[in-house]
Design a protein around this ligand. Structure first.
Ligand code: HEM
Ligand code: ISQ
Length: 145
């Protein structure tokens, strides 16, 4: 079965919940990433001073969640994910990103969405985010080759 209307709605509505407290959930997202992969601090230019509340950190986190939400809409509409930003492959190659990093970001994203969705969280919602993230991550990895 392909990506359903319901899955798209679950992703997009929890993305709205995430944006309701962008400051708090961005900090949670970065904190979980650095817990799992402390070396990530040196990858991101905007983490040089650590995780603190800043428009720059929020903007980068919003972009990542927004791209996953966009991937969910693409999957529902066309069954595939096409990168909207042609430079994404090259940026990640240049920063030295490797496959295991994508697992860390995925776990942090799912944990953040669990917090953001509160009592609306369900296994179905989580699976919808996982599917959209995996397809987007595959598109980025392909562009990195
Ligand atoms: C840069 C998205 C996975 C590390 C970027 C940029 C985007 C992006 C849009 C451009 C800069 C920005 O505006 O934020 C994504 C998405 C991912 C993903 C959607 C997963 C589906 C990863 C992973 C890593 C990573 C797994 C490694 C931990 C970086 C770094 C930069 C970057 C280091 C450069 C940031 C800087 O300017 O210092 N990514 N990314 N990304 N990404 Fe990712
Ligand atoms: C991956 N790529 C770009 C920006 C990011 C911000 C937070 C976490 C992961 C990211």
């Amino acid at each position: 079965m392909g990506f359903t209307d319901k899955q798209e709605a679950l992703v997009n509505s929890s993305y709205e919940s995430f944006k309701q407290n962008l400051s708090g959930y961005s900090i949670l997202f970065y904190t979980v990433i650095l817990e799992k992969a402390p070396a990530a601090k040196d990858l991101f230019s905007f983490l040089k001073d650590g995780v603190k509340d800043s428009p720059s950190l929020q903007g980068h986190a919003e972009k990542v969640f927004g791209l996953v939400s966009n991937a969910a809409s693409q999957l529902r509409a066309t069954g595939q994910v096409v990168l909207t930003n042609a430079t994404l492959g090259a940026i990640h190659v240049q920063k030295g990103v490797v496959d295991p990093h994508f697992v860390v970001v995925k776990e942090a994203l799912l944990k953040t969405i669990k917090e953001a969705s509160g009592d609306k969280w369900s296994a179905e919602l989580s699976t919808a985010w996982e599917t959209a993230y995996d397809e987007l991550a595959n598109a980025i990895k392909k562009a990195m080759k």
